[in-house]
Design a protein. Structure first.
Length: 135
């Protein structure tokens, strides 16, 4: 409905997918603001998923969904758009309305944080104080 309502504002010199992602991101942000806060702690992100038929990586405690949930929203947005949607840095910058350098910085810090979360055992994380993440 939003795409149809905003059709007149679409700039035909730009990519449709970039414009569409921007609408989707704005809708997700609006929904997130309205929802009650439900933050996932780092310890929860490291807890292995339980269930038969789980992939070996999941059984080892590396659950992509939980790891992504442990990232701050700006970093998570960059990772999802770059990795899962295979968008270029320029496209992500246009969607998130930020400079390309900011996209690169957020991606760098997100990957470092994900690596730290994935390589830390749940037992080590339980005793450690949460680290402050740079944006």
């Amino acid at each position: 409905m939003r795409v149809v309502a905003a059709a007149r504002r679409f700039d035909r010199t730009r990519r449709f997918s970039t414009w569409l992602f921007q609408i989707a991101i704005n809708l997700a942000r609006d929904a997130h603001r309205r929802a009650a806060p439900d933050r996932v702690a780092d310890e929860q992100a490291l807890a292995p998923a339980v269930g038969a038929g789980s992939a070996p990586a999941t059984e080892a405690g590396i659950d992509a969904r939980r790891l992504l949930a442990a990232l701050p929203e700006p970093q998570r947005s960059v990772v999802v758009l770059r990795v899962f949607h295979d968008l270029s840095e320029d496209e992500v910058a246009a969607i998130l309305d930020c400079p390309r350098g900011t996209v690169k910085s957020r991606m760098h810090h997100a990957m470092a944080r994900l690596l730290a979360l994935a390589t830390t055992s749940p037992r080590d994380a339980a005793g450690a104080a949460p680290r402050r993440v740079q944006r």
